[in-house]
Write a protein that binds this ligand. Structure first.
Ligand SMILES: C[S@@+](CC[C@H](N)C(=O)[O-])C[C@H]1O[C@@H](n2cnc3c(N)ncnc32)[C@H](O)[C@@H]1O
Length: 299
């Protein structure tokens, strides 16, 4: 994990996407950065993706020390600045932790940045009338986001008032998210209370042991690229795909989620994609996406 933290939650796609979702609110979630529940099967990256990733620092001795620590935590090789050859490079700069494409330096870095979020209370993005909030249901309080990614959705849910446990199996993705979260907390002076917790683990193994069982489980597995995307989204998604692969086990995760969630499982899909599983109880349309809701049969 970057710098001092364990694992975190937060989200945000890319530098270019950082402003898209205006978050409002002042409350900030806290991120008890908890230790991995289960050791990750592969160092720094999931078993589904086999990218060669190195860690380096672009800065002074203290940054180099922090980056070496991060490399040890992620079990990734440390390299001196300027050394090339990796598919991806995690670079600790004075500003943030960033991911660089090792083969195409023209692509800008990807990092998690929440600094432009609108945190004012009652903002549109945090309204419980948003499709995401409506999909989670009025009465549900506790949510596990079992495909946390950069935690963008997990953060929104937490800011909307849900108590969120976010699970991400790629330690590298989690490290990038944590870095963004920490900066937001520092810059905005936010105390992220007990609303958001990020764990690094494969949710398929972790979900059955979560107690108490969550009211709802939220899933946003990787899916095929949409027809039209901005260059920034393409870059961010491309690097994420290199990191985590295609989530071919999403159906298995869904089945486990259905057994664990007390009230519902919500699956985010592109608006033009088939449901992850047949016969959702209802679907709520969002902008370019759809939330398929599967009510629990036996809570
Ligand atoms: C499309 S991204 C999620 C984006 C996220 N909703 C956000 O707001 O940033 C999917 C993520 O789910 C993670 N993932 C997929 N299956 C998982 C599992 N079984 N356990 C934990 N994480 C998983 C992948 O590693 C990837 O980072």
């Amino acid at each position: 994990m970057p710098r001092n933290a364990g694992h975190f939650c937060f989200t945000v796609l890319t530098i270019a996407l950082k402003v898209r979702r205006g978050m409002r609110m002042i409350m900030l979630v806290s991120m008890p950065l908890s230790a991995p529940h289960k050791p990750s099967p592969a160092p720094g990256v999931t078993q589904r993706a086999k990218a060669h990733i190195t860690v380096t620092a672009a800065g002074d001795d203290s940054l180099i020390t922090a980056a070496k620590k991060l490399a040890r935590e992620l079990s990734l090789p440390w390299v001196a600045a300027g050394e090339t050859g990796a598919d991806l490079q995690l670079v600790l700069t004075p500003e943030h932790l960033e991911l660089r494409d090792g083969h195409d330096p023209r692509l800008g870095p990807v990092y998690v940045d929440f600094s432009h979020l609108d945190l004012r209370p009652y903002g549109a993005n945090l309204s419980r009338r948003q499709p995401l909030a409506r999909a989670m249901g009025k009465k549900n309080r506790t949510v596990v986001d079992a495909t946390a990614g950069y935690c963008q959705d997990a953060l929104l849910l937490a800011l909307m008032g849900f108590r969120v446990t976010a699970i991400e199996r790629s330690p590298v993705v989690a490290a990038l998210a944590q870095d963004g979260l920490q900066r937001l907390a520092t810059q905005a002076g936010l105390t992220l209370a007990q609303r958001l917790q990020l764990l690094t683990a494969d949710a398929r193994g972790l979900l059955p042991s979560i107690a108490p069982r969550p009211d709802a489980i939220y899933l946003d597995p990787m899916f095929p690229p949409k027809r039209k995307k901005s260059a920034a989204v393409k870059k961010e998604m491309r690097l994420l795909r290199v990191l985590v692969g295609d989530d071919p086990d999403a159906t298995e995760l869904f089945e486990i989620s259905r057994r664990v969630a007390l009230n519902r499982v919500v699956v985010k899909r592109p608006d033009d994609a088939a449901p992850l599983a047949p016969d959702p109880s209802m679907s709520i349309a969002g902008k370019l996406v759809r939330y398929d809701v599967y009510l629990s049969r036996n809570p």
